[in-house]
Design a protein around this ligand. Structure first.
Ligand SMILES: [Zn+2]
Length: 484
């Protein structure tokens, strides 16, 4: 009896969780209706940024496109924030609380692709939005504008702030904006990311340090007088060997990857300069920093062995995400209310085409073309996937949470041509519009609910106990001017 009662209670509880969401309140109806009206404009913004496909720190037209939309809607905008021409902060309203919304808009190299089910490069560019940031920035801006639209009518109090954060792919924008104190006065911060699933981003991420090691040797005829030369490339190669031996003795969640960005020009000249670019990652910033310290010693050892010199240029030091339960619950509630994107037959057909090479070539087992349900919020943050994001740095200063909506074919890998195609198609538009609505609803909930902000802060304080934000970026170092 007791057991069956328990079972009934359990069933009732799980049914309650999966039950129909609460209906939209009048303010929520107004915001979603406004976003439906804005749909064509937002789709065009996504399409424009998708066509620009600008790499990090070069997103001039993309940032300007979002800034123009925000200005037209009545936001005050500061451009060129934290020393980055493509960073901006847009604001509406005044006073506390202040709710931040993060926008990104950088593309990726070597991913030129049309919005097609076949792998077909787009003409005139080599870049593509393989991470869906064209829609990411657009939905963030759309969500903020929907809140602005109802601000006076419902006598809202507080400030909405949209952060235009450049160069997410190389984890630069938010890191330097954090170091510049841009997020310090926020009460909460929201973010989202296009994905293959509809779920709250209720997890951490990997910390990451990015640095370039420049070796300098002495040029000489490689055959005529090799004894007079010192090979900078030898320095790079010895460093890479050392790093690959280090790999076995660091924590399993760590990642070390590199590319040789300069290895000399031709074999008969001993390379006088060479460069290798490293990403070092781990699940905690503390471990990441330890791995990086070891790597710098390896670089020095390699320079000694090759009798070359080495200098290091540290580009960024990004922290893991600190999850936040109360804000995640707010987002989850609103994801249920808004629902997953409603895909049609044409979307499913395109998704199946995109999945086809993954099924035949890479054994993709996904049965569905697209994920069209909202996943439940787990009891505890789920295990982090293997990526890094500079949202992490914001989350070390402000209670932060985010979510993903299905904008890509189910099971497709990140940074793929399939994702460039999907985000530029109606699949991406639908995921983006659902995201804009969740952002709008969640922003208003946070503006109106002092209790949830208090709980979010308490959750933040608990998770931050024993942690201190430290960085390997030298004090006062300005953000890089370019990535390469
Ligand atoms: Zn991304």
């Amino acid at each position: 009896m007791r057991w069956s009662l328990l079972a009934v209670c359990f069933l009732a509880a799980s049914f309650a969780r999966a039950a129909d969401p609460q209906p939209l309140t009048p303010i929520q109806k107004d915001m979603t209706a406004h976003l439906d009206k804005l749909r064509d404009e937002l789709v065009q913004v996504n399409q424009d940024i998708w066509n620009f496909s600008e790499l990090g720190l070069e997103e001039h037209r993309s940032a300007a496109r979002l800034v123009a939309v925000l200005k037209k809607a009545g936001f005050k905008v500061k451009e060129g924030v934290s020393g980055m021409p493509t960073a901006f902060v847009a604001e509406y309203g005044s006073g506390k609380p202040i709710i931040g919304i993060l926008a990104e808009y950088d593309a990726l190299p070597e991913l030129s692709q049309q919005a097609s089910g076949q792998k077909l490069p787009a003409t005139g560019r080599t870049t593509g939005h393989g991470c869906g940031h064209s829609a990411l920035g657009t939905a963030a801006v759309g969500g903020a504008i929907a809140v602005k639209e109802v601000y006076e009518k419902y006598k809202l109090k507080g400030t909405i702030r949209v952060y235009g954060t450049p160069a997410e792919e190389t984890l630069i924008g938010k890191v330097y904006m954090t170091l510049d104190g841009q997020f310090n006065d926020l009460d909460a911060c929201l973010h989202w990311h296009p994905g293959t699933r509809n779920r709250v981003w209720y997890s951490s991420s990997k910390a990451l340090i990015s640095a370039k090691f420049n070796f300098t040797g002495l040029a000489a005829h490689a055959s005529g007088s090799p004894e007079k030369g010192r090979s900078a490339l030898d320095g790079v190669e010895l460093m890479n060997i050392g790093a690959n031996y280090m790999r076995e003795h660091i924590k399993e969640d760590s990642r070390v990857h590199y590319v040789t960005t300069n290895g000399g020009q031709q074999p008969n000249v001993v390379p006088a300069s060479a460069q290798v670019w490293y990403y070092v990652r781990a699940n905690t910033h503390e471990d990441c920093a330890k791995n990086f310290d070891w790597l710098t010693e390896i670089a020095e050892g390699a320079a000694k062995m090759s009798r070359t010199k080495v200098t290091m240029q540290l580009d960024t030091d990004c922290h893991e995400i600190i999850p936040n339960t109360p804000i995640s619950k707010v987002i989850y509630r609103n994801m249920q209310k808004v629902g997953a994107p409603k895909f049609d037959e044409a979307d499913a057909k395109l998704a199946l085409q995109l999945q086809e090479p993954l099924r035949t070539g890479f054994g993709l087992k996904e049965a569905k073309p697209l994920n069209d349900t909202v996943e439940e919020l787990p009891e505890k943050p789920y295990t982090a996937d293997s990526g890094s994001t500079d949202v992490g740095d914001v989350s070390w200063y402000v209670p932060t949470s985010g979510f993903g909506t299905a904008c890509f074919a189910a099971g497709s890998p990140g940074h793929s041509w399939q994702n460039v195609a999907a985000i530029g198609s109606p699949i991406g538009h639908k995921g983006m519009m659902a995201a804009a609505k969740v952002i709008a609803l969640s922003t208003v909930d946070l503006l109106q609910d002092a209790q949830v902000l208090k709980e979010a802060k308490a959750d933040f304080d608990t998770r931050m106990k024993g942690r201190k934000y430290t960085t390997k970026i030298p004090q006062g170092q300005k953000s890089p001017k370019s990535i390469r």
